[in-house]
Design a protein around this ligand. Structure first.
Ligand code: PRP
Ligand code: MN
Ligand code: MG
Length: 179
């Protein structure tokens, strides 16, 4: 697409990472009650890929939250648009995200879900931008580390668009800076 500056993470790299994470998760949660919670909207593509690399029975559910809206900066306020329907009390929970930036979204979700009596709450993210972290967050299943660039694709949007690009791409600067 013409808004793409360059490809940062290829489909091959993503597939390899997803396979590794799926295998680790399947092994670690073998014989346990696991609820996987995908964080919409961004997490939907990664979760769809990851879920099919997980070889144990799991419950899948979704939460819809937003902190960025149409801006390129996190507002720091995490708005819950849709909660899970699944009762997570006495179960292991794994939250699946596309990216960790400041860490505010996941930090908020972990704390919220912990109040519901789960056996454990862990996090898995396809991408990580550690240079932007604002809170100390333990990332149990970490995907690919990326530099501080505005990225789109593989679920990640700019103003709601470009989630459907297969690779993780750098957005052209002129798209998000006012001329
Ligand atoms: C993005 C991304 C993560 C979060 C990461 O979601 O998908 O959920 O921000 O940022 P943080 O670590 O600084 O909190 P966004 O709020 O844009 O909603 P979306 O997934 O619907 O695009
Ligand atoms: Mn998101
Ligand atoms: Mg977004």
């Amino acid at each position: 697409m013409d808004v793409v500056e360059r490809v940062l993470v290829s489909k091959e790299q993503l597939d390899k990472q997803v396979e590794e994470l799926g295998a680790r998760i399947s092994k670690d949660y073998q014989g346990q009650e696991l609820v996987i919670i995908g964080v919409l909207k961004g997490g939907f593509i990664f979760l769809a890929d990851l879920a099919r690399k997980i070889t144990i029975p799991v419950d899948l559910d979704f939460m819809s939250v937003s902190s960025y809206g149409n801006s390129s900066k996190s507002s720091g306020v995490v708005k819950i648009i849709k909660d899970v329907d699944t009762n997570i009390t006495g179960k292991h929970v794994l939250i699946v995200e596309d990216i960790i930036d400041t860490g505010l979204t996941l930090n908020h979700l972990v704390e919220l879900l912990k109040t519901r009596g789960p056996l454990s709450v862990k996090v898995c993210a396809a991408l990580d931008k550690p240079s932007r972290r604002k809170v100390d967050l333990k990332v149990d299943y970490k995907g690919i580390e990326i530099p501080d660039e505005f990225v789109i694709g593989y679920g990640l949007d700019y103003a709601g668009k470009y989630r459907n690009i297969a690779e993780v791409c750098v957005l052209k600067r002129e798209v998000y800076t006012k001329k």
